[in-house]
Write a protein that binds this ligand. Structure first.
Ligand SMILES: Cc1cc2nc3c(=O)[nH]c(=O)nc-3n(C[C@H](O)[C@H](O)[C@H](O)COP(=O)(O)O)c2cc1C
Length: 173
């Protein structure tokens, strides 16, 4: 593993303060490519991504999601959605894990591009799912898992050191 890549993982952190500058289409494409490169159970890829850059829609999401107020200064948002019906044996069981893997890839790609992002919760809160569905006109077979505001970081947030020996259940070398 290259040092740069490990450094990207270790320094990724939630960014909740953005300058309000836009995010380029090129960067958003790279971010989506990273999301779609994630592993999924039996490679079912039970996901659907929505990219929002329109200020009006970002503001509507901001008004409806109490823990996503940073959307007011985000340049874009990616909504990671699950499609459980894509496959009856695997997608229905594993879509949350698959979409979470895609989300982490997106967060890492954003950080690697010098931008900032944060996972904000939608699923499994029924009210939040309904609100996001209505604003973005998402059909019932697609379930929004989260909203990821993306933007240019103001620069006042830092990664936390989360390595804890007590979180290792057992070491067997
Ligand atoms: C499932 C999940 C839901 C989260 N929901 C929110 C949220 O609604 N709003 C928010 O500001 N951060 C949210 N976060 C971000 C966490 O607060 C953050 O990842 C955690 O505090 C660790 O900080 P770090 O990302 O900087 O390492 C969520 C993270 C996860 C994994």
């Amino acid at each position: 593993m290259s040092k740069d890549f490990l450094e990207t993982i270790l320094t990724r952190h939630s960014v909740r303060h953005f300058t309000g500058e836009p995010v380029s289409g090129d960067d958003l494409k790279k971010v989506l490519k990273a999301g779609m490169s994630a592993p999924s159970a039996v490679n079912t890829q039970p996901w659907a991504f929505i990219v929002v850059t329109k200020k009006k829609l970002l503001d509507l999401l901001c008004e409806s999601l109490s823990y996503a107020k940073m959307l007011d200064k985000a340049g874009a948002a990616v909504i990671v959605c699950g499609v459980p019906d894509k496959d009856k044996d695997y997608a229905s069981k594993f879509w949350v894990m698959d979409c979470s893997a895609a989300t982490e890839n997106i967060l890492l790609a954003v950080h690697g591009l010098g931008l900032g992002a944060v996972w904000t919760a939608v699923y499994p809160d029924e009210e939040k799912i309904k609100a996001v569905r209505e604003i973005l006109k998402i059909p019932s077979e697609i379930i929004p898992l989260n909203v990821i505001p993306i933007g240019v970081p103001v620069g006042d947030e830092r990664p936390k050191d989360k390595f804890k020996k007590e979180n290792i259940h057992r070491e067997i070398w």
